[in-house]
Ligand binder design. Structure first.
Ligand code: NI
Length: 504
């Protein structure tokens, strides 16, 4: 022993300068067992690899050889932890070798070879991947993999549960599915791997060997575990983008896993865009609702003691006359009420919407202009409901009034409208513009008949009615009348409680 210490001292002095530029070698002799076997030990220290020193100690004796790579990191706790594992491997090997003593000799030596690969994830997180080859007789040796994933800054040696919590049944199920699919989709793997054994192994996830890399999560299966022994250790690489929903979020940050970070960011952006779209949609709907709620009120000078008249236009909208009437009403800055037919709204939904947008009131004149007193109750009901729905859809306004065609209604009609809190609106002035196609006569008929509180029946389907309109508006305004919608008139003239409104 004295002698070997001397050599060690000399060699240390001689080789110290070499340490700086690369590796150095220490030679010494020890007597490991008590059976006087001479052992030759050699230690090579490779400079730094990715911030970690690797020391390779090899021993050669008459009946065995060992080669063991030991890492020395900047973290003492982690160094100790790994050293004790390596020592345990060595102890086990020699214990078994002792049991086989006499079986091995120069021509058939036992071997223990522990190699180290280092994968750097960032400046402080590493995968230390040990590959152990043991030969203790028989036809073949045994290969095994052991990985330590460590954080040198936080003393952390990661366990699988830190990376993916497979104790969560749902996650385990998803994980099993992903891994099985990777094997099934790979021609080489599917030919060798036994899926059932693989799935059984995944269920015993505490025993899995794994390493986490920048782009993949790797699983290691020792020989015979899931494939024939001749295949050696099986490595399964699972692309990280497949594990975005499984990897613990704090690990994603700690390991700076940009593949997952990018994907999370992408999903976040997508969710944000979706949220924005939803919000815009809601805003649009609210706006339309408000528009529908907003009662037409162009006449700001409406007073309860004034002279009011409500012009009403039936049977439209018409593609030619309605736009002309809208234009005239706009010129005089007055509002009116349009009793629309559902069948016409079907043809001109945009025009119906335009009428509402200009502040006029929309009311219901049934779907097909049938006499409600001559049809079955179900048909009458359908005539009213169908038209109301079409008006609502096109204009955003819910009609408050129904004008039955020909002014014809009965108890059945009243029953139907009562259910919906609607009222029947008839008229008190009829210039018979549907029959009399003379604009001058139409306007004169209106002007002569109107009294405060009148409801005037007109039709926005006759060109002559449009032509009569400017004169009506001009003269009545001159006479001090204010034009209001039917709703406004009813509120102003205290007719709100009436189920059938005719106007004064
Ligand atoms: Ni009509």
């Amino acid at each position: 022993m004295k002698n070997s210490n001397k050599i060690k001292l000399i060699s240390t002095i001689v080789f110290v300068p070499l340490l700086i530029i690369g590796s150095f070698i220490v030679l010494h002799f020890i007597d490991r067992s008590n059976n006087m076997t001479k052992v030759h030990t050699e230690v090579q220290e490779w400079g730094k690899f990715a911030g970690i020193n690797i020391k390779i100690k090899t021993e050669e004796a008459n009946d065995y050889s060992t080669s063991i790579s030991t890492p020395t990191t900047s973290n003492d706790y982690i160094n100790e932890y790994i050293k004790s594992w390596l020592d345990e491997q060595e102890r086990e090997f020699f214990a078994q070798l002792k049991g086989f003593s006499g079986n091995f000799h120069e021509d058939m030596m036992a071997h223990l070879n522990i190699q180290l690969d280092i994968d750097e994830i960032n400046e402080h997180i590493y995968n230390l991947i040990f590959t152990t080859y043991t030969y203790l007789g028989g036809a073949n040796g045994e290969n095994k993999t052991k990985v330590f994933t460590v954080d040198l800054e936080s003393d952390q040696i990661f366990e699988l549960v830190d990376i993916i919590n497979l104790q969560d049944e749902k996650k385990l199920k998803t994980f099993k599915k992903i891994v099985s699919k990777i094997v099934a989709d790979d021609e080489t793997l599917i030919a060798t791997v036994d899926i059932e054994s693989l799935e059984n192994f995944l269920l015993q996830h505490e025993q899995l060997e794994w390493s986490l890399h920048k782009n993949v999560f790797r699983l290691y299966f020792n020989e015979y575990a899931i494939a024939p022994g001749s295949e050696g250790v099986i490595k399964l690489d699972i692309p990280l983008e497949k594990l975005t929903k499984l990897v613990n979020i704090n690990i994603v940050e700690q390991f700076e896993l940009s593949v997952i970070e990018d994907q999370i960011e992408q999903e976040r952006q997508q969710a944000k865009a979706k949220e924005k779209q939803k919000k815009e949609e809601q805003e649009k709907q609210t706006k339309e609702k408000n528009k529908a709620k907003k009662k037409p009120n162009k006449n700001k000078d409406v007073k309860s003691d004034g002279k009011y008249v409500a012009l009403t236009f039936d049977d439209g909208p018409s593609g030619t006359v309605t736009p002309e009437i809208l234009h005239i009403l706009q010129e005089f800055d007055v509002v009116a009420t349009f009793f629309m037919l559902g069948s016409q709204v079907d043809y001109y939904p945009d025009l119906a919407a335009e009428v509402a947008e200009q502040g006029h009131e929309i009311a219901n004149h049934t779907q097909n202009h049938v006499d409600l007193t001559t049809v079955k109750q179900s048909v009458a009901q359908q005539e009213i409901v169908s038209s109301r729905e079409k008006i609502e859809k096109a204009t955003g306004q819910t009609p408050r009034f129904i004008r039955p065609p020909y002014g014809a209604y009965n108890d059945t009609t009243l029953n139907i409208i009562s259910k919906n809190d609607e009222s029947i609106v008839l008229w008190s002035v009829d210039p018979r513009d549907w029959k009399n196609r003379n604009p001058k006569e139409i306007s004169r008929n209106v002007i002569q008949a109107v009294k405060p509180g009148s409801i005037v029946l007109l039709h926005d389907i006759h060109q002559t009615t449009a032509e009569a309109l400017p004169k009506i508006l001009e003269e009545l305004q001159k006479d001090g009348y204010t034009f209001v919608t039917v709703s406004q008139l009813i509120d102003l003239e205290d007719m709100a409680t009436m189920k059938v409104i005719r106007g004064h």
